[in-house]
Design a protein around this ligand. Sequence first.
Ligand code: AMP
Length: 395
Amino acid sequence: MSDAPDRTPASAPTPLPAPLVPPPLVAVLGGGQLGRMLGLAGLPLGFRFRFLDPTPDAPARAVGPLVVGALGDEHALGETVRDATVVTFEWEGVPADAARFVERQHPMRPGPRALEVAQDRLLEKALFLALGIDVAAFAGVDDRAELDDAVESIGMPAVLKTRRGGYDGKGQQVLRSPRDVDDGWEALGGVPLILESLVPFSREVSVLAVRGLDGTTACYPLVENTHVDGILRVSRAPAPGLTPALQADGAAIAHRLLDELGYVGVLAVELFEHDGRLLANELAPRVHNSGHWTIEGAECSQFENHIRAILGMPLGSTEPRGPTAMVNCIGAVPTPGSLLAIPGVHLHDYAKVPRPGRKVGHITVTAPDSSTLDERLGRLRDVAPDLFTGVARAN
Ligand code: AMP
């Protein structure tokens, strides 16, 4: 027998381990790069994520389990939202019926109404108008006679767009002559359309704002966006030359929409600046490409603020840390080595299979002041010129 003292307490029972409570689960409809960045922002806050996406290699699979299925498939939806604390979406193409199916069982933030409005350009423009938000002249077009009437009343140049399903400039035609009217009808006719007057804007900007569960709102500074062939290429935040008056106008637009929709989460509104006025083009009921700069460029990113909002937490500050630019990687991500030698440069590779025209990553450039930002963007352009194809030097 050992002489060692017996250290086992005579009577104290061994305490049972506390039951493991799994962290709250956020179910996300869509598993693209926006879902991935929502997960990257929400994991440090202690949340779990599960995603639904039709493609097995969806980028969000890196930050949570992925259910592979159609976004309208009730079985796949059920599997995705099982045990979820809250359900959100990262793609506005989620069928409104699917959103309603989910909403019957779980809190869905933002709700189906925002989706419905964002999916139909005519409903969207009508809502802007009803809320006193300026828009280009527009008319719904369901047949050829209505197109002729709309051209007559709106005039040319004008843009003919499909009411549903268009993105990144797809599903639209600019009409400048009677010949274009025939061609536009030929190309797009047969589905519900909208004709809008072509706004001779000085630049495109966007406003991103967030509304919490308690109705508190916060707005990021307006962003200047440069598109090439309908695809966002460069965002600058705050928009160069942003005045307090323009910021107030942009924030008022966002806040009116947030309140009207009883919205919870991040909302983006794409706007045209024309003659010092803002005209609303479209809204995105989700985190947005023109808000990616906030990851490094703002106190609290759009992704973290969306997570905070939908889980009923206090919102984070939307203040910018300094002038910031975001450059999209379209078709390919440049080799990191040369980029990362530039101060203030941050690379986000979405781990997507490269394909022409596909958003596969983005690069954020931060700087203490705008001339340093210009200088860093110039260096980025030198080492990765493809990023700036078609983008004027000022960017
Ligand atoms: P959208 O799909 O509505 O975002 O349009 C894609 C791009 O087409 C916009 O970013 C603008 O550059 C241009 N665009 C769309 N609608 C108009 C309009 N009414 N006036 C001028 N440009 C427009």
